[in-house]
Design a protein around this ligand. Structure first.
Ligand SMILES: [Fe+2]
Ligand SMILES: [Fe+2]
Length: 237
């Protein structure tokens, strides 16, 4: 059995000291690794990421993260990524990591993802260059995720995102903003790549559980949704 601790949208600021760190005691007995599903900071400022990094050094299990849109806000993605890398956190961006857990191999493919919307209510790469750029960015991001998932030959395949691959976990959000909360291209990547489970954040007013059209379980682990420091999920054959 694979045990996964996961949370997104912790939105650390300069005052968030020990908000996560206080929950890490004994975590190694409950989970094998810890997934962070983006929006780790409030504005993507390095000072905010340093406060989070201080907390994460107390985590006794491997940490794998993707960034969220908030982490991009200050245009210091390399700096905030570097702060996480320095303490051993693996930050995925159209890339994957393989872990050995209880004698089984686990592949985690991660990307921030992007918006675009869902079938019947989505954008298209048509018209103005800005609209084309928006949808092409979304598709390229998802296609990269798909090829990374397909390349994994592990016993388990996990997709870690910030944006949602399905409208199901957005229930509770205003329908008008769904195209800014996720994109169907991400679900295609997960289904064509045959991932076992997907974690995402970003939809603070959404719900925890959904699935892709292909039946892959999707869990929205945004902290305002799960209302805990993190949740623990299990995967078993
Ligand atoms: Fe968020
Ligand atoms: Fe977000």
């Amino acid at each position: 059995m694979i045990r996964i601790a996961a949370v997104g949208d912790v939105h650390f600021d300069r005052q968030s000291h020990n908000r996560l760190g206080q929950h890490f005691l004994g975590l190694e007995d409950k989970a094998d690794f810890f997934l962070l599903a983006g929006d780790l900071t409030q504005t993507g400022h390095p000072e905010e990421m340093r406060v989070l990094a201080e907390d994460l050094t107390k985590c006794p299990i491997p940490i794998i993260a993707v960034l969220g849109n908030h982490d991009y806000h200050s245009d210091q993605v390399n700096q905030v990524t570097g702060i996480l890398n320095e303490i051993g956190v693996k930050v995925l961006d159209g890339s994957a990591i393989h872990l050995e857990v209880q004698g089984q191999s686990v592949g985690i493919a991660g990307t921030k993802g992007f918006g675009g919307g869902f079938i019947g209510a989505c954008g298209a790469d048509f018209g103005e260059p800005e609209m084309k750029a928006f949808m092409i960015h979304s598709r390229i991001n998802a296609r990269k995720l798909e090829s990374v998932i397909k390349e994994m030959k592990t016993d388990y395949k996990i997709a870690l995102l910030h944006y949602s691959p399905t409208a199901q976990t957005l229930a509770g959000e205003k329908k008008e903003i769904y195209p800014f909360l996720g994109c169907y291209h991400l679900a295609e990547a997960i289904d064509y790549g045959r991932a076992d489970i997907c974690f995402h954040g970003h939809a603070h007013a959404g719900i925890e559980r959904g699935e892709t059209p292909g039946g892959c379980p999707v869990r929205n682990v945004a902290q305002p949704v799960i209302r805990h420091a993190f949740n623990i999920y299990t995967l078993e054959r």
